[in-house]
Design a protein around this ligand. Sequence first.
Ligand code: NAP
Length: 516
Amino acid sequence: MTQLLPNYLAGQWQTGTDAGTTLRDPVLGTDLVRVSSAGLDLAAGFDHARRVGGPALRALSYAQRAALLGRVAEVLQANRDAYFEIATANSGTTQTDSAIDIDGGIFTLSYYARQGQKLGDGHYLPDGDDVRLAKDEAFQTRHIQTPLRGVALFINAFNFPSWGLWEKAAPALLSGVPVVIKPATATAWLTQRMVADVIEAGILPPGALSIVCGSPAGLLEAVAGFDLVSFTGSTDTAATIRMNDNVARQHVRINAEADSLNSAILGPDATPGTPAFDLLVKEVVREMTGKAGQKCTAIRRIFVPESVADAAAEAIAAQLARIKVGNPRNPEVRMGSLASHAQQRSVLEGLAVLQRDAETVYAGNPADLIDASADVGAFVMPHLLRVRDADTNQTVHDHEVFGPVATLVPYRDEAHAVALAQRGLGSLVSSLYGDDPQWLGRMAVALADTHGRVHVITPAVGKTHTGHGNVMPMSVHGGPGRAGGGEELGGMRALALYHRRTAVQAHTDVLGALPA
Ligand code: NAP
C-alpha cells in the first residue's frame, strides 16, 4: 500500500481512518500516495484555528505578519526541487508548467511579504477620511477595516495545488486570518507537502495553517458566521457551497472563482504579416498548450475578423503541429498530460460536444506522443476548432473544455466582436491584439463590465507583457457572472476579503484616541 498522507488540524498531524483515495501518476498510471479525511473532528479543528490561530496572528502587526510570509517563501524556495518532482509525478506537467504553479506561488507570497511591510505596525486598516455627520462639526464618522474573527476555508481546484493555496493564503495570513486548506483530491500531494514543510519550519503561530486532504464531507458544516469560504472550481460545486444550509443560515462570506470562457480578440488592423497577428498566434498556442490547457484563464475562444479567419486557422495549426506532447520527464516535451484520467474523460466528452457545432481545423495525433503511451497516460492532443456561423453557434460560449482545445470564431465588426465575447456571460480575461490605440482603448472599456481583466498586447509590449493567462498578484483575478463573481489579488485590494469594514461615529477627540 502507498503512504497515507496525514492531515494537519488542531495543531496535530492526524491520519484519516479509512483506506482513502489513491493519487496516481497521470502519465505512467502508477499509484503515488493516498489521502483521507475520514474520522477527523473538523469542528474541533476549526475551533482551534479560531481560538488559537486567529488571536495569535492578530496580536502581530501587518509588518510582522508580512515578515512571516517572507520566511514561508524562503522555506518553499529551499524545498523547490522536491515540489517539481511531485508536480511531474502527480500532475503530469513539464518543468516549465510546474514552475507556473510552484514559482507562481512563491512569487505571490514574496510579493505580499514585500507589500505588507508598507502597512506598518498597525492592527487594523484605515478606510478613507473622517466625514462630518451633524451640525456639530466635531461629530464625525471614521471607517476602519479589522481582520475577520473567523477562519478562511479554501476549497481549491486540481490545476494549481501550489499557486492556488498561496495566492489565497498570502493575503489571508497578512490580514491576520487563520487558514484551513482543502486541496482538490487528485493533486493534493504538492499542497500537503508544502504545508508540511511550513509547519515543520515552525514559522507560523499554532493554528494559523491547517490542511484537510480527501473528501470535503463535513467541511461546510464546520464553518460559522465569522468564517469565510474561498472556493475555486466548477460552477456546480460553487452552487452546492452557496446552497449549503449551514453556510446560508450563518451568512458565511463566500468568494467563488468558477468556469470561464476566456477569449483572444484580433484587431482589424492586425492583418496577417503584422507583428500583432503573430503575437495572437503565439499567445493562443501558448495558452492552449501551457499546462495542457488546464488554466482557468486559458484562451477558449479566438475572435478574428472574417477576412483573416483562414489565415489565422492556418497559422495557429502550423504552430500547434510543432508542439511535442508526451512524458514531461523528456526535455524535448513541451506539453504533458492532463492531471488525471477523470479530466481526460471530461475533456474528450467536452471536445465531442464542441465538435457537433464546429469543424476541426487541427487535431494532434496520439501516435506522435513522445516516451508515453496513449493507452496508459491521460493525454489529450491539442485541438483547434472553427465555427462557421458565429451567430448561430452557442455551444462555444457555454461549454468550457478544460484542456488543450480552443475555437476560432470569425466576427464582422467591432460591435459583433464585443457581443460575441459577452456571450460567455462573464469571463476572467480577454486579450486584445493590435496596434491601434483607439480601437484597443474602446474595446477594453466595452469589455470591462463582463471581464475581470483585459490584457492588451501591442507590438510595443510584445516581448515584455506578462501573458494572457498569467495571474499577477498586482492585478485583480476573478470575473463576473459565469466566472463566479469573485475577486482575488489586485495588490492590497485582496485584503478587503479578509477584513470587515466598520463605521465608528464619535467626537473628533475620541477618533483621535483610537488605538493603532
Ligand atoms: P470541482 O470538481 O468543483 O472541485 C473543486 C474543489 O471542490 C475540490 O477541492 C473538490 O474536492 C471540492 N468539492 C467537490 N465537491 C464538494 C462539495 N460538495 N463541498 C465542498 N467541496 C467540494 O472543480 P475541479 O474539477 O477541481 O476544477 C475544475 C474547474 O475549476 C474548472 O471548471 C475551472 O474553470 C475552475 N477553475 C477556476 C479557477 C478560477 O480562478 N476562476 C481556477 C482554477 C480552476 P475533491 O477534489 O475532493 O472532489
